[in-house]
Write a protein that binds this ligand. Sequence first.
Ligand code: SAM
Length: 285
Amino acid sequence: TSNALLGPVQIRDLAGRLGVRPTKTLGQNFVHDAGTVRKIVRSAGIEAGQHVVEVGPGLGSLTFGLLEAGVTVVAVEIDPVLAAQLPLTVADRAPEWSDRLTVVLQDALTVTELPGPAPTALVANLPYNVAVPVLLTFLERFDSLDRVLVMVQAEVADRLAAPPGNRTYGIPSVKAAWYASARRTSTIGRNVFWPVPNVDSALVLLERRDHPVTRATRERVFEVVDAAFAQRRKMLRGALAELAGSAAAAQQALEAAGVDPTTRGEQLTVDDFARIAEALDDQVA
Ligand code: SAM
């Protein structure tokens, strides 16, 4: 451990000097507790020497924790003031860590390439309003990521980790399951943030797994998922009627996929969705 991690005094001081006024639209809530940062890093299960990507480093709270753990970090930040300051903060507090940090000023949703060796882990305290899209985008674009540890709103954590049949099971659960198995590991109280958000957060660990074996494309499977949950209360044969061309065609595809046409999307696994997508494609062909 070191003394470089940012506490309440450093966060306040940095924000003051930069004139940072945290915005809700960018989900700017900064962690000012070194214990929480170290817990996130520990939960990520990373090892020194690994290449890690961080989304939204902000003032650097988590970045310092990652650097302390001996990894190399590429940090993608959308806010130009924060992105410009971060290397300076590291140079100031822990110059010996500077050469392990690269900051990229960009919207994480538009990132298609990252500098340096392929990252094997994503560790981030995600901006709340884009947490799920950022997570799915990174899993899709960077095959090399085999572990993801993110801090998100507790409710979103539940959704990501929910199994079929669960009250919170929905589109994020199925799509995340396409790439990984997700598990909520701990709850983080709102008081470790400045400004204090009005919800608690939780950590989610996603471990990459092979996606379902299917002839259907991922896009097609996700299209079926979106359709099934767009009309959540409908039976599947109704919810998929438009996509299939008619309720009868939907019924037939569901039967071909071995799925009860009267069930609802919330009961199905990602593998079920993959089989349905395949059956729909077979009808067209
Ligand atoms: N990692 C820091 C921490 O733990 O204190 C800050 C986390 S804060 C919840 C989210 C950060 O993501 C902010 O710094 C915000 O500017 C940044 N951000 C928001 N939207 C973004 C996007 N689309 N791409 C990259 N960064 C983004």
